[in-house]
Design a protein around this ligand. Structure first.
Ligand SMILES: [Zn+2]
Length: 141
């Protein structure tokens, strides 16, 4: 008797949203794009139309190196979502990229999420591949 269950997948973002479609398109080339204001030079992330510092509409796309560190984090021990339920315990973290963007993501590749992650820990960006986009995740170096 074979019972084939489809593995639940991570909920994925809308890739057609005007402000973020360029970010998601670049992920397929494993490029982490962020914006920087051409007027006041503030780093802007998540992608949007106007600078959060001076409201200028002159935002320039840049590519991050992938070097990052943990700003802060939490360990999720219980989830009701089918995909995340299979991952517990896992780390959700605010992660600072070297160039300035801060993103909410997962720290992956740790044996013991309760003890193997710390604030300030150095991370490297890597990609979880999907059909229409890749999801940025971070692994300790
Ligand atoms: Zn600005």
């Amino acid at each position: 008797m074979s019972e084939k269950k489809k593995n639940p997948t991570r909920p994925l973002p809308n890739t057609k949203e005007l402000d973020t479609q360029e970010f998601w398109a670049a992920t397929k080339n494993k490029e982490f794009k962020y914006q920087q204001c051409d007027s006041c030079h503030k780093v802007v992330f998540y992608p949007r139309r106007h600078c959060t510092g001076c409201t200028s509409g002159k935002l320039v796309w840049k590519t991050a190196s992938g070097k990052a560190s943990v700003y802060t984090y939490s360990v999720v021990r219980q989830s009701y979502h089918p995909f995340f339920r299979n991952m517990v315990p896992y780390v959700v973290a605010w992660i600072d990229l070297e160039e300035g963007p801060r993103i909410l993501s997962n720290v992956i590749g740790v044996d013991d999420p309760l003890n193997d992650v710390s604030i300030g820990q150095e991370l490297q960006l890597e990609w979880e591949e999907h059909e229409d986009l890749f999801i940025p995740l971070f692994r300790p170096v």
